[in-house]
Ligand binder design. Structure first.
Ligand code: ADP
Ligand code: MG
Length: 261
């Protein structure tokens, strides 16, 4: 069975310990024009941890995950991923992309490429690996997301849940150390949501570090080591799921949970 998680030895600073956060945000502020949408976000994620970010629409969750892999810039504060300063003007984008995978609500597969070709594309373009090695890994990943036999299917021939699992395999093909999931089941039919959640759960169980934005509260409760509730660009409160879901302190958290649970 293909292991999806790399050991980080040899790839990280020498003073690295398992307690060192793999992702670290400090007082992150982000504006769209004059509008501040992230108002001083700080959080740490350690290797193998699963964190869930929950909160109302418009609270800045997508912006936050996009900032972590450099798709959005920030105006102040710092974001580091395994020692890489994401907002440094000297950022090596390829190095960052090798460490952080991202999956969105919209799977955005290339419609004229097969499932296998979609999974192989980025590593072939970016990693400079032999094609045979990339293909072997892609096939193993397609099997891993339980799509064996669909290698040559085009996205249009797959269900939404199947396409999303191809999208997850595509991200994993870059051998990331951290996976970001932004409401990846929000666009799916209810009956295919579960198969995607099972895939994520399996990854998490194997030790993949995951940052998940989700509206699936049952899933967050089950899978998260730590849950962050965001509203209006701030982290209102955070804690282990048992605490946050059963004993939320802030009225905003309680109100939100009463609407979604
Ligand atoms: P969430 O994912 O929690 O729904 P978003 O991060 O998508 O929140 O959005 C946070 C806020 O930023 C919202 O008010 C949204 O309208 C605004 N916003 C998001 N993207 C842009 C953009 N590209 N330009 C301007 N405003 C944006
Ligand atoms: Mg969003």
């Amino acid at each position: 069975m293909l292991s999806l998680t790399k050991t980080i030895e040899g790839d990280v600073p020498r003073n690295w310990t398992s307690h060192t956060p793999i992702v670290s945000l400090r007082d992150v502020r982000k504006f769209y024009g004059a509008v501040e949408v992230l108002k001083g976000i700080s959080l740490d994620v350690r290797k193998g941890e699963v964190i869930c970010i929950i909160g109302p629409s418009g609270s800045g969750k997508s912006t936050l995950v996009r900032c972590i892999n450099g798709l959005n810039s920030i105006q102040s504060g710092s974001i580091t991923v395994e020692g890489i300063e994401v907002n440094s003007p000297k950022l090596d984008v390829v190095a960052l992309r090798r460490k952080v995978g991202i999956v969105f609500q919209q799977y955005n597969l290339f419609p004229h490429k097969t499932a296998l070709e979609n999974v192989m594309l980025a590593p072939l373009l970016v990693l400079n690996e032999p094609k045979q090695q990339v293909e072997e890994r892609a096939r193993a990943l397609i099997a891993k997301v339980k799509l064996e036999g669909k290698e040559n299917a085009y996205p249009g021939e797959l269900s939404g849940g199947q396409q999303q699992r191809v999208a997850i395999a595509r991200s994993l093909a870059m051998c990331p150390d951290v996976m970001l999931f932004d409401e990846v089941t929000a666009a799916l039919d209810p009956e295919t949501v579960k198969e995607v959640l099972v895939t994520i759960k399996q990854l998490a169980a194997e030790g993949m570090t995951c940052i998940l934005v989700t509206h699936e509260m049952g899933f967050a409760r089950e899978i998260a080591d730590h849950v962050y509730f965001t509203d209006g660009g701030v982290i209102v409160e955070h804690g282990p799921p048992s605490e946050l879901f059963n004993n939320a302190k802030d009225p905003r958290t309680r109100r939100f949970l009463s609407q979604v649970l």
